[in-house]
Design a protein around this ligand. Structure first.
Ligand SMILES: NC(=O)c1ccc[n+]([C@@H]2O[C@H](COP(=O)([O-])OP(=O)(O)OC[C@H]3O[C@@H](n4cnc5c(N)ncnc54)[C@H](OP(=O)(O)O)[C@@H]3O)[C@@H](O)[C@H]2O)c1
Length: 187
């Protein structure tokens, strides 16, 4: 009997331990120009292969959450990732994708992933930040100003601080200087 009690206590310990260990990280990933531009005519504005390569590397194996416009701009589910499309349209379907009717529901659908990425667009970024649904911001800053019709929200320096930054100069493949900047919340 004593052994049984001990075993049961041990099980409880492990259950608690596992619960703590699977904390989920939610990250916004975006490529943002100096004037906060992110898109025009439901498309990306610039072509920066280094950013696309990093996006693929970082998001592979994870859930990527996006608004319907961003999905339709991409036009297909991205390989090696689980695509979750957010829409108000209860009849919306896309083969190979999960559909959610709010960002909260999209996060719920992705909750078995230890790292969830919110990949845009402007409406979804704004909602996620305003409603405090994000832990980190993974921003590619493109050192140029562009004409745009959608913009990333202003990053509030009283809430966010830079955790890591790498700067790169334009080269043969990447026409603009750019920086990879990770923000975390100030404690
Ligand atoms: N530079 C970057 O890193 C980057 C990344 C992603 C996208 N973009 C650009 O951003 C632009 C698209 O952004 P966008 O702001 O127009 O659109 P979006 O955020 O991609 O999608 C907006 C749509 O998503 C649905 N939606 C958003 N929030 C919702 C919520 N809380 N509940 C239910 N449905 C919700 C609605 O779909 P329904 O109308 O179907 O209800 C809404 O019309 C494009 O130009 C794209 O290229 C840029």
């Amino acid at each position: 009997m004593e052994n049984l009690v001990k075993t049961s206590n041990l099980r409880n310990f492990w259950i608690i331990f596992v619960k703590i260990d699977i904390d989920i990280m939610v990250t916004i990933i975006a490529a943002v120009a100096k004037n906060n531009a992110i898109g025009l005519n439901n498309d990306l504005i610039w072509h920066l292969p280094a950013d696309l390569k990093r996006f693929k590397k970082v998001t592979s194996g994870h859930h990527i959450l996006m608004g319907r416009n961003t999905y339709e701009s991409i036009g297909r589910p991205l390989p090696n990732r689980t695509t979750v499309i957010i829409t108000n349209n209860k009849h919306y379907e896309q083969e190979g994708c999960l559909i959610a009717y709010s960002l909260e529901q999209a996060l719920e659908l992705a909750k078995n992933d230890e790292h969830i990425y919110i990949i845009g667009g402007a409406q979804v970024y704004k909602y996620a930040i305003e409603n405090d649904l994000v832990d980190t911001l993974d921003i590619t800053l493109v050192h140029h100003q562009f004409e745009a019709d959608v913009f990333f929200p202003e990053i509030d320096n009283s809430i966010w601080e830079i955790a890591q930054r790498e700067d790169f100069l334009a080269d043969d493949k990447n026409k603009f200087d750019y920086s990879f900047i990770s923000y975390k919340k100030k404690i």
